[in-house]
Ligand binder design. Structure first.
Ligand code: SF4
Length: 313
């Protein structure tokens, strides 16, 4: 058996920054540290931090007054920030700057009188945060059918934004439908689907045709990981989205000569390595690193944390 190992895969700059932020916060304040929602959508990462005394909360009222609170990489709405302020929490903002960019676009369009069509997945933490920037000016669409159901008057100033972790191809179908129905719709100068999402999808699109099976390391609630598995399926390749080696079923590999392994932007490298080692051990598989695109993106810690760091020295 041959293993094609996709590059780029795994942690993106936003996830690295958010995890670094949480590690430094633990050093700075000690446990317990509170995080609003999962710091990133990955079970292995969340379980590790739970073991270190991190408490993931779904509501601000779960955090004792005055305690530090991290906002996850997916961002939060202004309402959540206000609630945290009212509780005198020490907020540390680990929102990915590329998510913040979408928030700022929403604020800008709303202030200029636009109605905003947000392309995204209902209930996703990022979508909830972005919609909270201008709740009465943003409508969510998840499909071209949703676009058909929009009934804005023809003179409405319209703009669209997207969630950062969508399938590029699926988003383009929806954007085409929007442009057909609302030819004057405005769009942000630069793509909202982030570089990491695009690069990981590009690697799967390029490499999957050479494989019989695709394994995507990532959690079921990770949007960008799910999209990678879907893209493989759309290319006619069976795929499995798994958190780690323990979920592998040997029967998947019957008749498989080449397996492509990739990982979503929130999946740590050790879960990838464990799968590679398993396939080497059980199937005597040979490893081939496949490079589709270089990545050199790095985000510094947020100002809200940098301002606190001198306390450590
Ligand atoms: S997937 Fe993209 S938007 Fe999400 S944290 Fe990573 S770089 Fe930021």
């Amino acid at each position: 058996m041959k293993i094609l190992l996709a590059n780029p895969r795994g942690f993106c700059a936003g996830v690295n920054m958010a995890i670094d932020c949480l590690e430094r916060s633990l050093d700075l304040f000690g446990a317990p540290i509170y995080v609003y929602h999962e710091i990133v959508h990955n079970k292995a990462v969340v379980d590790r931090f739970r073991g270190l005394g991190v408490v993931f909360v779904e509501g601000i009222d779960e955090v004792p007054e005055g305690f530090p609170l991290l906002y996850s990489a997916h961002g939060v709405s202004p309402f959540v920030r206000d609630q945290a302020r009212a509780r005198s929490l020490k907020a540390i903002d680990a929102t990915c700057p590329l998510v913040t960019k979408v928030h700022l676009e929403a604020v800008k369009y709303a202030s200029e009188g636009y109605k905003i069509v947000l392309i995204g997945h209902e209930g996703h933490d990022e979508v909830i945060g972005t919609m909270g920037e201008a709740p009465d000016r943003i409508v969510l669409v998840e499909s071209a059918e949703d676009v058909e159901a929009l009934d804005f008057p023809t003179d409405t100033k319209l703009a669209y934004l997207t969630q950062t972790t969508l399938s590029v191809d699926d988003a383009n179908v929806i954007i085409d439908a929007l442009r057909r129905k609302f030819p004057m719709i405005a769009n942000p100068p630069k793509d909202d689907i982030c570089y990491a999402t695009q690069n990981r999808q590009e690697a799967v699109r390029e490499l999957a045709p050479r494989a019989d099976l695709v394994l995507v390391l990532g959690s079921q609630n990770s949007s960008n990981s799910k999209r990678l598995a879907e893209i493989a399926e759309q290319l006619g390749k069976p795929s499995h989205l798994i958190d780690g080696v323990r979920e592998i079923d040997r029967a998947w590999f019957d008749g498989v000569e080449t397996v492509l392994i990739t990982a979503g932007a929130s999946a740590p490298e050790d879960v990838v390595s464990e799968c590679v080692e398993y396939l080497k051990r059980v199937f005597d598989a040979e490893l081939s690193e496949e490079f589709v695109r270089e990545e050199n993106v790095h985000f510094p810690p947020p100002k809200s944390l940098r301002d606190l760091l001198p306390i450590l020295n």
